[in-house]
Design a protein around this ligand. Structure first.
Ligand SMILES: Nc1nc2c(ncn2[C@@H]2O[C@H](COP(=O)(O)OP(=O)(O)OP(=O)(O)O)[C@@H](O)[C@H]2O)c(=O)[nH]1
Ligand SMILES: [Mg+2]
Length: 600
């Protein structure tokens, strides 16, 4: 039997998980010396590369001495927290990373809680010790306290600590040591992570934790084998979560090593492999012995907390920029997404209207961003949180929010959050004039807060949040404090008119931009909406004022990314998303329609 260790790398966003996995691949010699690879090689899809974040968990394997170590890199962003929970069931140990300056953050708490509850054995890696502001001792203490607060067992509490600068390939067991490499990480894994349980002699049992799709072989289920052996071509039974049993056959068996996938002939208990050939496979299914199929415990999938409505684009510019614009196309694409993305749900809510639910705005914008790259065109509505009844009480999701702000701004941020029903939990100095303040806040109140927060802190503030729990509904919260600047007409914008409008607020568009009646061109500096004409040219006059035109100085428009725009809009507004543009508009395009509907 192969000697195997299975680990997951978990942490708050950006604490260096994928960078650490790079180092593990590199220093185990798994990347051949001739092999070219990008930085953060595991972040392989386009959006991951562009944004520098991990969106999907991915597995790899390395060889160290006579062991195979399967490693699953997980996303740190709170919206993808559900992935982490599933992955944790598949491994026997974890590397918990924590930034040597930032310390324990909301998602650190989330992943540590899940990991402890599942009885995993942790190895704590204090990463980024090269940062001048690093305080490794403080962060070790924070981790120790966190484990204790979350009810770690004595064994879990007694975690080994590794100090690392993953980016530089440095790791050591003692801060005072000079240099150091990843050898100590490999050795600690072999020593502290338990061997996989289960036996190759038992009946076959594997559980699918991620789905993938390949144009040649179709749906692929990436799975951990808990018992037995499997060969290419074997008949199996697929035990579905609802108890249904579906006969199947493994048409291809795929193994992992470094960044490569290869066809293999057989695999056995303890390993992580992928199966092709089962078209009906879902996350959580057990791939079992055909004669004596025994299902493993079903997987818990976190329920969505946020919904938006995707709809057919009906703006005056509809169909000009995208290829796939019909209700059917939209429906097919969204349905396809749901087959591989277990964290999301889809419901048809009207003609050409689809309610998509997920864990947060980032998860939803990632889907929208992928779709616009595939030449889709559609509209999205304002995100709404999902409420549910618990013992007869209407409840809504609450989040744990941590902000780091310059000390002099702390007061104003606290006041702003107070209006949004946030409850302050703690405050501590962070050095370098910064202060860390923790809150509990309804998820609803966080929608639209980020933009405000960045403006209030002149971009210096950092905020992080992650799901806490459902709690009783907290009543009305403050929403956007400013109205919209709405175009009264269609055409191409002119500098002259934008110059006049920019005194009224912040523009989202520049000159020579196609607009239509009801499209939003900026944020008003007051609370009400203001209808403006952005295409008006300069009035003709007989007197030519020399050089007056050159005097027009336009402030650069505020860049409204998909996320920012989605956070910004109100209930009576929509985003129009096309491969070329993201436009913000009123649901009702004419002023008279808006008036009529607001009276209702
Ligand atoms: N100074 C310093 N920066 C590091 C170190 N390790 C990683 N980084 C940087 O931290 C940033 C985030 O690194 P990633 O490896 O993408 O972090 P991650 O935890 O995988 O992030 P998510 O997957 O999005 O949660 C990158 O810019 C890295 O270059 C380190 O040891 N020192
Ligand atoms: Mg990553």
């Amino acid at each position: 039997m192969q000697k195997i260790r299975n680990i997951a790398v978990i942490a708050h966003v950006d604490h260096g998980k994928t960078t650490l996995v790079d180092g593990l691949l590199e220093q185990s010699g798994t990347f051949g010396s001739h092999e070219q690879h990008d930085e953060r090689a595991m972040d392989s899809n386009d959006l991951e590369k562009e944004r520098g974040i991990t969106i999907l968990s991915k597995n790899t394997a390395i060889r160290y001495k006579d062991h195979k170590i399967n490693i699953i890199d997980t996303p740190g962003h709170a919206d993808f927290g559900g992935e982490v929970e599933r992955v944790l069931k598949m491994v026997d140990g974890v590397l918990v990373l924590v930034d040597a300056y930032e310390g324990v953050m909301p998602q650190t708490k989330f992943v540590v809680k899940k990991m402890l509850a599942l009885g995993k054995k942790p190895i704590v890696v204090i990463n980024k010790i090269d940062k001048p502001s690093a305080e490794p001792d403080r962060v070790v203490d924070e981790m120790f306290d966190l484990f204790a607060d979350m009810g770690a067992t004595d064994e879990q509490q007694d975690f080994p600590v590794i100090y690392a600068a993953a980016r530089d390939g440095i790791a050591k067991l003692d801060m005072d040591e000079e240099g150091g490499d990843f050898q100590c990480i490999f050795e600690t894994i072999l020593e502290h992570v338990p061997e996989p349980e289960g036996s190759p002699e038992n009946d076959f049992q594997a559980q699918v934790f991620t789905l993938d799709y390949d144009n040649y072989v179709g749906k692929i289920g990436i799975s951990r084998i808990f018992n037995g052996k499997v060969h290419k071509g074997d008949n199996i039974m697929l035990a579905k979560a609802d108890g249904e049993m579906v006969k199947g056959k493994i048409s291809k068996l795929i193994g992992f090593m470094g960044l490569n996938r290869m066809e293999i002939e057989q695999a056995e208990a303890g390993d992580i492999v992928a199966f092709a050939g089962m078209e009906t496979v879902d996350v959580g299914d057990t791939v079992a012995d055909p004669v004596n199929p025994v299902a493993l415990d079903p997987m818990h999938v976190e329920e969505p907390t946020l919904t938006v409505v995707f709809a057919v684009n009906d703006s005056p510019l509809a169909g000009k920029e995208g290829k796939h614009v019909t209700s059917n196309k939209l429906k097919d694409r969204l349905e396809a997404e749901m087959t591989t993305n277990v964290a999301m749900k889809l419901e048809v809510v009207g003609e050409g209207k689809f309610k998509v639910s997920g864990r947060g705005e980032l998860q939803i914008t990632v889907l929208a961003e992928n779709m616009r790259r595939e030449d889709f065109e559609f509209s999205i509505s304002r995100p709404e949180v999902i409420t549910k009844e618990i013992e007869g009480v209407k409840c809504e999701p609450f989040e744990h929010l941590v902000i780091d702000v310059p000390e002099e701004l702390g007061g104003s941020v606290i006041e702003r959050l107070g209006k949004r029903k946030a409850e302050m939990k703690s405050m501590m100095p962070m050095g370098q004039g910064f202060q860390r303040i923790e809150f509990e806040i309804p998820a609803r109140a966080l929608i639209g807060f980020r933009g405000q927060f960045l403006t209030d802190t002149k971009g210096e503030g950092i905020m992080n949040h992650s799901f806490l729990e459902f709690r009783p509904f907290s009543g009305a919260v403050e929403s956007r404090s400013y109205g919209a600047l709405v175009s009264m007409t269609a055409g191409s914008t002119l500098g002259f008119s934008l110059f006049g409008i920019q005194d009224r607020g912040a523009l989202f568009i520049g000159v020579q931009t196609e607009v239509y009646e009801g499209m939003i061109v900026g944020e008003h500096s007051r609370q009400n909406d203001l209808v403006v004409n952005p295409i008006k040219g300069k009035a003709q006059s007989n007197v030519r004022s020399s050089g007056a035109d050159e005097a027009i100085k336009l402030i650069p428009p505020r860049d409204m990314s998909l996320e920012r725009a989605l956070e910004w809009i109100e209930d009576d507004e929509l985003l129009e998303v096309t491969p070329k543009m993201i436009r913000i508009r009123k649901k009702f395009l004419t002023e008279s329609e808006r008036k009529r509907n607001s009276r209702k």
